[in-house]
Design a protein around this ligand. Structure first.
Ligand code: WTA
Length: 635
């Protein structure tokens, strides 16, 4: 039996039991046998959830790129590492072998160094899904710079907030991006953001769309000539196990985005281990995860996890709807993809269209299907299973978070029997539990509660950049001595987990986490707005959509409401990005509040979802009369 690669259910249970009984021995064996270390650790795990302080493989020295690239040069030099599929299907795909990846990462790393980037410096990467994105991430890791990738759909304001929060010295971007039949002026967005970012000294610009861009003297540099001139040899910086590898921002229910800090060794071990098992990767497979590298799924399961296993990983620049709804399946056929990993929202969007987009493609290469990012509803699950997997491919419903670094609850294909909507069982090393509202653990089966994790795992985030107190308050204070996920879950009679959704003020729209507070802050910037509250409501493609309740100042009352709605969404687009636009905006004279002045979002959520029958007792509100008004005017 190998701990590293689970092949059947019995083995899963054995491995799982060992991982709980002897976590140190369990992870030590995996770390020892499957990775390259410059120096061995002195301690596998030390932890204290009350502080919280977590360290894995303390004392070890390594570089993650040696594990993801260099060590494959012996046997896989000419194997494709990254298979780039461009936005435009007419443009040819690019096969970047491990050898080429090594050269390109080294060149890029040398460019970073020549611009003064050193170990520990932060580099913001704001790029579309092109090879330069993967290469720049790995180049940072090569020299020990901390990458902070910002999804290229975020606005200038959101980008500036993230750059300033971690004081990035450099931004890597491109002239623009192709997205379906549109182009996006990324460099223009960066220029606008940098008006407010004094920490940034240089900007590297990749050429993608060949647009005319503004090049600011002494700050902006075209990337390609620098790469052409750079050496393709760059020794890997030797990192401590707990040196930060990257920062990735995620929305919180309140305030600023949280810069989750992931460190080197534990993250590497866990993403590699889970990739191998959850996708049962075999040597000649072609694996495709459709996420953007701007999100954690792309970090862990397009780049680090697959590359640590010497896999071929597809990098797709485009969107599922361009040139038509068959694009995913055209790519699966073209590259004979074996594992396909996507988000429920994409499945629902495609399932709404004609089946002919699926039927004219040969999908027999597929072995395993995956989903991530939000609960998958039963209908979408069956559509995926019937039409894409032809009932032969297990579906892995993988539950995890930016904070967890890797997948925590998921079936292991061909081992764990799947049930639609259930993420099923914890992966080895993961000890979930359910808590009631009073902080007591709920034991037994057929129960639901707040999902926590009792014991550390290697890839958990170690802190929030610059704000350890917030890390403690958000994740370790609600249920002392436990990591609190912010999700609700139920456990059925067989011990399977089903994630029921967020229990805080984070709303997942099309698989993107959005905090209500920053959206409300943006709305309140409008001069005609007095106050606002944003909630989610069920949406058949996006999973959830946003519903805004807005109280206008007197000046606003006089204005055309349709225009106001447009202006409010415009402000949200400027502050956050188009993903946070409100689907519905209701103007109201009041918001239901508790006697202490807190908005009762529970009531607003029910009204937005059309569940006005079950509002519960509203008589304790400060202003119960507004509830009726809101119901009557709801959209
Ligand atoms: C939700 C994405 C149900 C959940 C990797 C979590 C899911 C949040 C699933 C994290 C799933 C993710 N079933 N819900 N399989 N996967 N979620 O940080 O609410 O972008 O807390 O990480 O997405 O989103 P994030």
């Amino acid at each position: 039996m190998s701990n590293y690669h689970i092949k059947n259910l019995e083995e899963y249970f054995q491995v799982y039991r060992k991982s709980v009984r002897e976590p140190v021995a369990f992870w030590e064996e995996i770390a020892e046998e499957h990775f390259v270390w410059q120096k061995r650790w002195t301690e596998v795990l030390s932890w204290d959830f009350t502080k919280p302080e977590i360290a894995w493989f303390k004392g070890a020295k390594l570089n993650i790129t040696e594990n993801c690239i260099d060590r494959h040069l012996t046997n896989r030099a000419n194997k494709t590492a990254i298979l780039f599929e461009p936005n435009n299907p007419e443009e040819s795909a690019q096969h970047i072998t491990y050898k080429q990846l090594h050269e390109q990462v080294c060149k890029f790393a040398n460019v970073l160094k020549s611009k003064g980037i050193r170990k520990g410096d932060r580099v913001c990467i704001y790029l579309p899904m092109i090879p330069e994105l993967a290469i720049s991430v790995l180049a940072c890791a090569r020299i020990g710079a901390i990458h902070s990738v910002v999804f290229a759909g975020f606005s200038a304001t959101a980008l500036a907030t993230r750059i300033n929060d971690s004081e990035c010295k450099m931004v890597v971007t491109s002239d623009g991006a192709f997205r379906g039949n549109k182009t996006i002026d990324l460099k223009g967005i960066v220029d606008e953001a940098l008006e407010n970012c004094p920490c940034v000294a240089s900007v590297l610009v990749a050429k993608r769309i060949d647009s005319a861009v503004n090049i600011k003297k002494d700050r902006d540099l075209w990337l390609q000539p620098l790469l052409d001139a750079a050496s393709s040899m760059c020794p890997a910086e030797i990192m401590d196990a707990e040196d930060p590898l990257f920062i990735l921002y995620t929305s919180g229910s309140t305030g600023r985005p949280k810069g989750m800090v992931h460190t080197t060794a534990g993250y590497m071990v866990y993403t590699a281990y889970t990739f191998k098992n959850v996708f049962q990767y075999r040597e000649n497979d072609v694996y495709w995860c459709t996420a953007d590298i701007g999100w954690i799924t792309g970090h862990s399961y397009i780049l680090y996890g697959p590359l640590a296993n010497g896999a071929t990983s597809v990098l797709f620049e485009g969107v599922p709807t361009y040139p038509d709804y068959g694009r995913f399946w055209e790519i699966v056929e073209k590259h004979a993809v074996t594992q396909f990993y996507t988000a429920p929202t994409a499945i629902r969007a495609i399932a709404k269209e004609s089946l002919r987009f699926v039927e004219n493609h040969e999908l027999s290469s597929l072995k395993i299907l995956g989903t991530v990012g939000e609960p998958i509803n039963e209908e979408a699950w069956h559509w995926y299973n019937d039409n894409i997997g032809k009932k032969k491919c297990p579906i892995v419903d993988t539950w995890w978070q930016t904070e967890t670094g890797g997948i925590l609850i998921s079936p292991i294909p061909f081992s764990t029997p799947t049930i639609p909507t259930f993420a099923t069982l914890p992966l080895p090393g993961i000890q979930p539990c359910l808590m009631d509202e009073n902080g007591k653990e709920i034991s037994g089966k057929q129960v639901d509660g707040r999902l926590c994790i009792k014991f550390p795992w290697p890839s958990m985030a170690r802190t929030i950049w610059g704000d350890h107190q917030r890390y403690k308050d958000t994740y370790f204070s609600t249920f002392p001595n436990n990591y609190f996920t912010g999700d609700g879950a139920l456990r059925d009679s067989t011990g399977y987990y089903r994630i029921t959704g967020r229990v805080d003020d984070v709303i997942i729209v099309s698989g993107h986490n959005l905090g209500t507070a920053p959206i409300e802050d943006a709305i309140n910037e409008h001069p005609a707005v007095a106050e606002s509250a944003v909630v989610g409501f069920p949406h058949d493609v996006k999973g959830n959509a946003l519903y805004g309740y807005v109280i206008l100042k007197e000046v606003g009352e006089q204005r055309n409401h349709e225009n106001l709605r447009k202006e409010i969404n415009q402000i949200i687009t400027e502050h956050i990005g188009p993903i946070a636009k409100l689907e519905k905006i209701q103007f109201t004279n009041g918001l239901p509040k508790t006697r202490s002045g807190k908005i009762m979002r529970r009531i607003l959520r029910k009204i937005a979802g059309g569940e006005t029958e079950s509002l519960g007792d509203t008589s304790t509100l400060l202003n119960p009369e507004v509830v009726q008004e809101i119901i009557e005017n709801s959209i």
